[in-house]
Design a protein around this ligand. Sequence first.
Ligand SMILES: [Zn+2]
Length: 258
Amino acid sequence: MAWIVIIASVISVWILSLFKLLLFSRFSFSKHFNHNCRALQKRNVLLVIAHPDDESMFFTPAINFLTSRGHNVQILCLSVGDADGKGHIRKQELFQACVALKVPMQQVKIVNHPDLQDGFGKVWNHSLLANIIEEEITIHCINMVITFDNYGVSGHCNHRDVHYGVCKVLYDTLQRDIEVWELVSNNILRKYSGPVDIWLSMLWPILHSNETMQCFVNEHPRRSYLAMAQHSSQWVWFRKLFVTLSSYTYVNTLRKIK
Ligand SMILES: [Zn+2]
């Protein structure tokens, strides 16, 4: 009997959270980007990822929020994801996914450098990463960068190296007026709590200053699912399950790197 109550409660909270997300996500908790004077200007935002599909698996709440408000989103992917020899396919899949996410293909750059190959145990040089990121920032007059935090959601070493590459750019160019935000890695319970995590995530900007913490609730979760489906070579049953259960499909919490 107790188990039935628990399961019914979990299902109820899940449905309530989805309801909240689908009906009220427009009332965003990202005041910094809505009301801050600087935010009224359209930003040139650079999303820096390690592999094709990172954008669709982890960052879609932020991408959907920014594109729907007219911010200019550029995506820099630092490898073609060739760990299984499918790099040439995955490259095209990323372009297709970005179309689903309303990011024009010409705003997507995919790097295929011999020293930046996909894989566990492949160490990426932070100075090399910083040089590539720096160049992209200059070309597109970027004033805001979004990337992984130092755990990189899954702990993948390539995600973590990308974080340190971005930090190196930030520390090497202290004088530049550029904001850098990292995607906060959740513990495993929150990571697989699906839309339920929006309640906890919404608390963060309230408990912290809007200047240091932002919460993006996904306004178009179906778009996120469609984007991930463009990565056909990766679209296997456990990733479908991941996208459904992952809190990153429904909400992103970003923390400002100082
Ligand atoms: Zn990845």
